[in-house]
Design a protein around this ligand. Structure first.
Ligand code: TTP
Ligand code: MG
Length: 406
């Protein structure tokens, strides 16, 4: 069966994020990786800087020589990671088959989702438009029947374009591409190929497979297949975890209802952060209580619309937890929350209009926490806990708890 693979790569990624964070940089040569006289290399640079000959991996000093008017920025990987998460989050809404190939690059296989998308081309363009609209980043997108062709199409689409290689038109697309377009072709091989007067992929087609093998060893087979756009590798998505859970065993059994709810809020907060980081939504939320006599009770709720936000999950967890505790003859030694029946796609509920307010709030909190640590944003309930057990930046509310989380 012919597959429909989409490859997406963010343009000048780190530099583009810096421009988003500081719009005054728009249109200027921006070089990310360090200050001009620092050791080290440029991670990347804006397209404006590329006009001066600056590129990824170039020593900063040399970049400065070529482009003294450039804006040099050290960069912040966590901020880039959070933008990357937002982009990938959108991709996961379109198909379960998403392979995150690097921080700014992913493959999607839409083939299985045929019934949802009458026109794959239109969907691919829509994905591109949505990512750009919702993140402010520009992306290049390639679509083709396999991964190598899709990646080469993206390269052709840069910057900010869309290129599709239709089945049957592979040769036409490949013939005139320069050999260094192939990923993974080293400088040594390039020298050899140039000596053989092979400049374009089409020039390679005349070379027998065995000749390629004898010149390039194992790499010869790759060259043979890649130059013809042959690639059967599947798009491999990271597996969805079965469940995510967080629990606390208290050093001293706890009676205080307010403190217990505060702990519950804290656990929900940790749990939902993990869900968002894994791009997962939960259909089942479970609360566990262990009493001072070691008896354990579990309550669970199945939700038709899967959730991942703190506000939603805490509300459910509280409803499940209160009957476990109120009227309880015993103090509690453990409280836990668990999310299971996880799915990747953002829910489209039939019963409630979709609102992304919660989601925006969650994303904003995640970004602040990435920058300033988990304790920088706490809910009112957690704040109360904070007053009793000072918050440890790395370990959470640990001072009175034996083991906080799994
Ligand atoms: P790339 O996608 O290779 O580069 P890019 O996004 O900056 O530019 P474009 O795709 O438009 O050609 O890499 C993505 C990010 O990874 C890049 O912004 C910075 C980082 N990176 C490094 O830190 N070191 C490197 O050597 C390379 C190539 C990238
Ligand atoms: Mg990129």
């Amino acid at each position: 069966m012919t597959r429909f693979i989409v490859h997406i790569d963010i343009d000048a990624f780190f530099a583009a994020v810096e421009v988003l964070l500081n719009p005054a940089l728009q249109g200027r040569p921006v070089i990310v990786g360090g200050l001009p006289h620092e050791r080290g290399v440029a991670s990347t640079c804006s397209y404006e800087a590329r006009k001066f000959g600056v590129h990824s991996g170039m020593a900063l000093r040399n970049a400065y020589k070529l482009c003294p008017q450039g804006v040099f920025i050290r960069g912040n990987y966590q901020v880039y990671q959070s933008f990357s998460d937002r982009v990938f989050g959108i991709l996961h809404e379109y198909t379960p088959d998403v392979e995150e190939a690097s921080i700014d690059e992913a493959y999607l296989d839409l083939t299985r989702c045929r019934p949802l998308y009458p026109s794959f081309s239109r969907t691919a363009r829509e994905i591109k438009a949505r990512v750009e609209r919702e993140t402010g980043l520009k992306v290049s997108v390639g679509a083709a029947p396999n991964k190598i062709l899709a990646k080469l199409a993206t390269k052709r689409a840069k910057p900010a374009g869309y290129v599709e290689v239709e089945p049957g038109r592979e040769e036409e697309f490949l013939r005139d591409l320069p050999i260094d377009a192939l990923p993974g072709i080293g400088p040594k091989s390039q020298v050899i190929l140039r000596m053989l007067n092979i400049q374009k992929l089409g020039d390679l087609w005349g070379m027998p497979r065995t000749t390629l093998h004898s010149i390039f060893g194992l790499g010869g087979e790759d060259l043979y297949l890649q130059s013809r756009g042959i690639d059967s590798r599947p798009v491999v998505s990271a597996a969805v975890p079965k469940s995510v859970s967080r629990e606390t065993t208290f050093l001293e059994d706890l009676w205080d209802r307010r403190l217990l709810l505060a702990h519950l809020a804290y656990l929900c907060d940790r749990l939902t952060l993990a869900l968002r980081q894994g791009h997962c939504y939960a259909h089942v939320i479970e609360v566990k209580a262990r009493y001072s006599d070691f008896k354990t009770e579990v309550r669970r709720r199945l939700m038709l619309t899967p959730r991942q936000e703190m506000g939603d999950v805490y509300k459910i967890a509280e409803e499940l937890f209160l009957p476990l505790f109120s009227g309880s003859r015993l103090a509690l030694r453990l409280v836990g929350v668990k999310a299971s029946d996880l799915v990747r796609a953002r829910p489209l509920s039939l019963f409630e209009p979709y609102s992304d307010r919660q989601e925006r709030l969650g994303a904003a909190m995640d970004r602040v926490r990435e920058k300033y640590g988990f304790g920088s944003v706490l809910t009112v309930r957690e704040k109360m806990l904070d007053a009793v057990y000072p918050f440890d930046r790395n370990r959470g509310f640990v001072l009175k708890t034996a083991s906080l989380t799994k």
